[in-house]
Design a protein around this ligand. Structure first.
Ligand SMILES: [Zn+2]
Length: 331
């Protein structure tokens, strides 16, 4: 995996303690609290598990269909499972969309939108887009883009400013309407059946772990990619050092909302009909890890970064940063 410029330029986690980092972001603490409390509404007080009447149980790995898997832990009422065949971590329960419209109206979506719109966060995101597009343009001419999981539209804003022709997609009503009010075209049709005009690039920023039937979705939207067109993903990395140390205490595991946890191997499996052109890892999360190793609150503690023990560069070189970017080309 490539060493990414992004760890130095984009990530705060290799240079600031969590306490310093969180104090820079408006209302970070209250947003974090809402995010952590929110999934409790799905929990049955008697069993401590997600309410049976709201969920569907998976009977096999949603990526490779194997029925051989092991229990890892329960978080926010959702059982987390490791597939013995493909190493995907997934939740056994998923919310039943027929019964609860969590994709459209969940408060957690509004909340994440606030976070992504914060000036400190969105300025860094814009630098990130510049660097990623330097790489993408090496492989194809890019004009038309389809972006799904558009969230508050920070990427749409940037792409429009750079004169790309971009269409977004966002199921969450408040987030989508926010994007539309900024002048963007943002769809909410089912991604497994949606029709699109041909595009040069499909982007997915930090969203693939929310997608419940990713194989069907990729098969469908991939049809609208031009020959030699590109798929770009930024993912939360299941192989990250922080997740591997902290397990269920890692923020990567959000009971009802992140139901499939990918590393590059699992993403390659999802994208088996595509060629992997480039991958890079960034965001060492050394501030969280240092707090954890010093018995401090992992998210808010002020432990100094243990750089003598763990080099942020090495963490990312080994593909163990919290984030992975990957570029695929249609075969
Ligand atoms: Zn599997």
């Amino acid at each position: 995996m490539q060493v990414s410029k992004l760890d130095e330029i984009y990530s705060l986690s290799s240079t600031l303690t969590c306490k310093e980092m969180t104090s820079k972001i408006t209302d970070y603490a209250i947003q974090s609290q809402i995010e952590n409390m929110e999934p409790s509404k799905y929990i049955d007080r008697f069993t401590g598990k997600a309410k049976n009447e709201l969920v569907i149980y998976r009977s096999k790995c949603p990526l490779c269909d194997s029925k051989q898997f092991d229990f890892l832990f329960t978080k926010q009422g959702f059982d987390h499972i490791l597939c013995n065949n493909c190493d995907l971590i997934f939740t056994l329960q998923i919310l039943d969309h027929e019964k609860i419209k969590f994709l459209e109206v969940g408060k957690e979506g509004d909340n994440y939108g606030d976070y992504k719109s914060d000036a400190v966060v969105s300025d860094r995101d814009k630098k990130k887009y510049e660097i990623v597009f330097e790489e993408l343009k090496k492989y194809s001419t890019i004009n038309k883009i389809f972006d799904f999981g558009s969230n508050a539209g920070v990427f749409l804003d940037w792409a429009k400013l750079k004169n790309y022709s971009i269409i977004g997609h966002e199921y969450h009503d408040a987030l989508r309407n926010g994007c539309i009010s900024k002048g963007h075209t943002v769809l909410n049709d089912n991604l497994e059946t949606i029709h699109l005009d041909e595009v040069d690039l499909i982007t997915c920023w930090d969203y693939i772990d929310h997608v419940l039937n990713p194989k069907t979705m990729i098969e469908n939207i991939g049809k609208y990619l031009k020959k030699d067109g590109l798929f770009f993903f930024a993912i939360n990395n299941r192989d990250s050092l922080s997740a591997r140390i902290m397990h269920e205490r890692s923020p990567i595991f959000i009971g009802p909302h992140h139901t499939m946890h990918y590393g590059i191997n699992q993403l390659n499996l999802l994208m088996k009909d595509y060629e992997l052109l480039y991958s890079e890892s960034y965001v060492s999360e050394l501030n969280w890890i240092s707090n954890w190793l010093n018995f401090k609150n992992a998210e808010f503690g002020d432990s100094s970064l243990m750089k003598d023990l763990l080099s942020p560069k090495k963490i990312c070189e080994l593909g163990m940063g919290f984030k992975v970017n990957a570029i695929y080309r249609k075969k």
